[in-house]
Design a protein around this ligand. Structure first.
Ligand SMILES: Cc1cc2nc3c(=O)[nH]c(=O)nc-3n(C[C@H](O)[C@H](O)[C@H](O)COP(=O)(O)O)c2cc1C
Length: 343
């Protein structure tokens, strides 16, 4: 395993990926640490205060951990396209008495500055970024504070940019991954390059240590990624049904449903490409959704919350990678230990 990860006291090369929106709980991070693996808190969508609270909970167990943030990379939505889309999806929100067609555009940076201030004032062992590469001053300050900085990349070009910006390690994320793509160019859906091929391309481009992510769900596929030169792997989807996962009940149930079909990459929920299980919403709106994150995230959020509360899986973002069939309901430590068993 990579010396930087080993120096954190880790013995397992499988990392529990950050999963914003509920799945990544402090309990999941502590459970991963119990198996000798690194876990990540997901700082995305959280206020500085809510993130600080989760950090305190993990710290109470004195385990190594990471924190993930969405780095600003705004793709302002075209106002006309936004209004057209809001009108188009209104029939889906009407049953919840929501008027999306009247919703005004919200653009923000997810409280990035405030959360960086928190992580500099009270440093954590590892910080990872997705969606964008922070300015070099931010990365340098974190490194100065003793934090290992991991940058998500989805191509060799992005890897070169991340290396130039000073990242200490790269999370190489293939299109098979569940949830949002970390692509720096979300206006274009990233190509479906297989993970091992992408790893090879990134290895040829930069000399940083690499963490492989995307579609890894079996001990054999984990061993293969490590043999291909990754220093560690990162898994998300396969942990979504774990006992400690905070994924919503309809999300967990959909993952367990043998009749639910395949996954696809869609902008329909948030305006940024993300891999999800197909449902009525993705079937109807994937072809119609404009690019525009976070505006579309805020637009559809009330509908998704209402649908989750009423247990309706057809109107929520069922984020899942291609390995979703392997997601099992059991303690996370069992899942992670099994995945590492052939490493
Ligand atoms: C529900 C869900 C939420 C996610 N949220 C985040 C996030 O907040 N930040 C991030 O960097 N990656 C996020 N990801 C992507 C993961 O970090 C990781 O790249 C991915 O899960 C790996 O592929 P896999 O799901 O096939 O294991 C998320 C993935 C899922 C499934």
């Amino acid at each position: 395993m990579n010396p930087a990860l080993r120096s954190l006291g880790l013995s397992c090369p499988v990392i529990a990926a950050p999963m914003a929106g509920g799945p990544s709980t402090p309990q999941l991070v502590v459970a991963a640490a119990g198996a000798g693996c690194l876990g990540f808190l997901a700082g995305g969508y959280k206020t500085r205060e809510a993130l600080a609270e989760q950090i305190a909970k993990v710290r109470a167990d004195s385990v190594p951990f990471g924190v993930n943030l969405f780095a600003p990379n705004p793709v302002p939505v075209d106002p006309d396209a936004y209004r057209r889309y809001a009108r188009t999806i209104q029939p889906e929100a009407a049953p919840y008495e929501l008027n999306l067609a009247a919703a005004s555009i919200v653009e923000d940076d997810d409280g990035f500055r405030e959360k960086i201030e928190l992580l500099l004032a009270d440093p954590v062992p590892v910080v990872s970024f997705t969606f964008g590469i922070p300015e070099t001053g931010v990365i340098a300050a974190l490194r100065q504070a003793g934090t290992l900085v991991v940058q998500t990349v989805t191509s060799a070009d992005e890897a070169r940019l991340a290396a130039r910006a000073g990242a200490g390690m790269l999370a190489v994320q293939a299109s098979a991954a569940g949830g949002h793509s970390g692509t720096l160019t979300p206006g274009t859906v990233p190509p479906e390059t297989p993970l091992l091929e992408l790893l090879g391309q990134v290895r040829a481009a930069v000399s940083l240590p690499l963490v492989a992510a995307g579609g890894l769900a079996t001990p054999a596929s984990v061993a293969e990624a490590l043999a291909a030169g990754a220093q560690a792997v990162m898994v998300g989807t396969v942990l979504l049904r774990a006992d400690e996962s905070g994924a919503s009940p309809p999300h967990k149930a959909a993952l367990a449903d043998p009749f639910r079909g395949s996954t696809l990459v869609t902008r329909a929920f948030t305006g940024r490409p993300a891999r999800a299980l197909r449902n009525e919403f993705t079937d109807r709106y994937t072809a119609l959704a404009p690019s525009g994150y976070p505006a579309l995230h805020y637009l559809t959020s009330p509908m998704r919350k209402a649908a989750a509360a009423s247990g309706n899986p057809e109107r929520i973002n069922l984020w899942a990678g291609t390995g979703h069939r392997y997601a099992t309901a059991e303690p996370a430590a069992h899942i992670l230990t099994r995945l590492a068993s052939k490493a």
